[in-house]
Design a protein around this ligand. Structure first.
Ligand SMILES: Nc1ncnc2c1ncn2[C@@H]1O[C@H](COP(=O)(O)OP(=O)(O)OP(=O)(O)O)[C@@H](O)[C@H]1O
Ligand SMILES: [Mg+2]
Length: 266
């Protein structure tokens, strides 16, 4: 059974249909990706899936249960957690504290119990310290644990966001352009990290402009253009799809592989 299922989902802003009747499903245990030109509706689709916006039409089910229109914290408590296109860390808190903050989405006592300092909350705080320690090591930032997040390089901040999202113990992790602004070495480290996330049993859905990264890590790709799904399939299918080449290159007839080069430049 699919872990995530999106059916006929639509979002409008005034006269603009940002997401137009989009349907697809995501299998558990693998990396899937959403690609498409700027303004295609990718982030809006993430907002709809993660509860930051409610769709004007359509249904979203996660693990067989409807989540359409649920607020973000309830979606997260069910195990569906996202990162943002722009870095959203607490810059003055340490890397360790940023990841500990992510633990409060774990669904049990939550932030209020932590503030009330109940015995359970004290246990959870100790656990958060341990979880954050492990996750910082997982993304390769253990040596940066005590630095303020704002003092990390951009690439390290993006990894810290992944660690913070993992702290919420997701079953499905949505990553919005995790490789944006990363150099080639950092991108390779990110690809390894994404594979390692799958090995932990967490399913990944990413939005990414770096098509060469997508081709390497994703088993399934959904392509959006002007809010519509124009293609869906395995990387090798999508790469040679005429509608995809048209969307990326405006219909110019180029050899297969050109889309990759074009998108990597974007
Ligand atoms: N809150 C909003 N109000 C009005 N228009 C919006 C809003 N959010 C997005 N849009 C518009 O909806 C369209 C889709 O935007 P979205 O951010 O989802 O695209 P995207 O595929 O993520 O693009 P990018 O690759 O540049 O991140 C764009 O035309 C955008 O200007
Ligand atoms: Mg976007």
């Amino acid at each position: 059974m699919s872990l995530l299922s999106v059916s006929g989902v639509t979002q409008r802003f005034g006269g603009l249909t940002a997401v137009d009747n989009v349907s697809f499903s995501i299998a558990a245990g693998e990396v899937s990706a959403i690609i498409g030109p700027n303004g295609a509706g990718k982030t809006t689709l993430f907002n709809l899936i993660s509860g930051f916006q409610a769709p004007v039409a359509g249904n979203i089910t996660f693990d067989g249960q409807a989540i359409t229109g649920l607020p973000p914290h309830r979606v997260a408590a069910r195990g569906l957690v996202r990162t943002f296109q722009l870095v959203q860390l607490f810059p003055d808190l340490s890397a360790q504290q940023n990841v500990e903050a992510g633990c409060h989405l774990r669904g049990s006592g939550g932030l209020w119990a932590a503030l009330a300092r109940t015995p359970r909350a004290r246990r959870e705080l100790a656990e958060a310290t341990q979880v954050a320690h492990e996750l910082l090591a997982f993304v390769g930032l253990e040596a940066r644990a005590d630095l303020p997040a704002g003092a990390l390089t951009y690439g390290q901040q993006r990894l810290l966001e992944v660690a913070r999202a993992l702290a919420a113990n997701p079953r499905l992790l949505l990553l919005d352009e995790p490789a944006a602004g990363l150099n080639a070495i950092e991108t390779e480290h990110l690809a390894e990290t994404i594979r390692a996330i799958i090995a932990r049993g967490v399913t990944v859905l990413l939005i990414e402009h770096d098509v060469s990264l997508v081709m390497r890590v994703a088993r399934k790709i959904v392509v959006l253009d002007f809010g519509r799904k124009i293609a869906e399939g395995r990387p090798e299918e999508v790469k040679n799809d005429p509608a995809v080449l048209e969307a990326y290159l405006g219909g110019v007839d180029l050899a297969p592989g050109a889309m990759v080069a074009e998108a990597a430049r974007a």
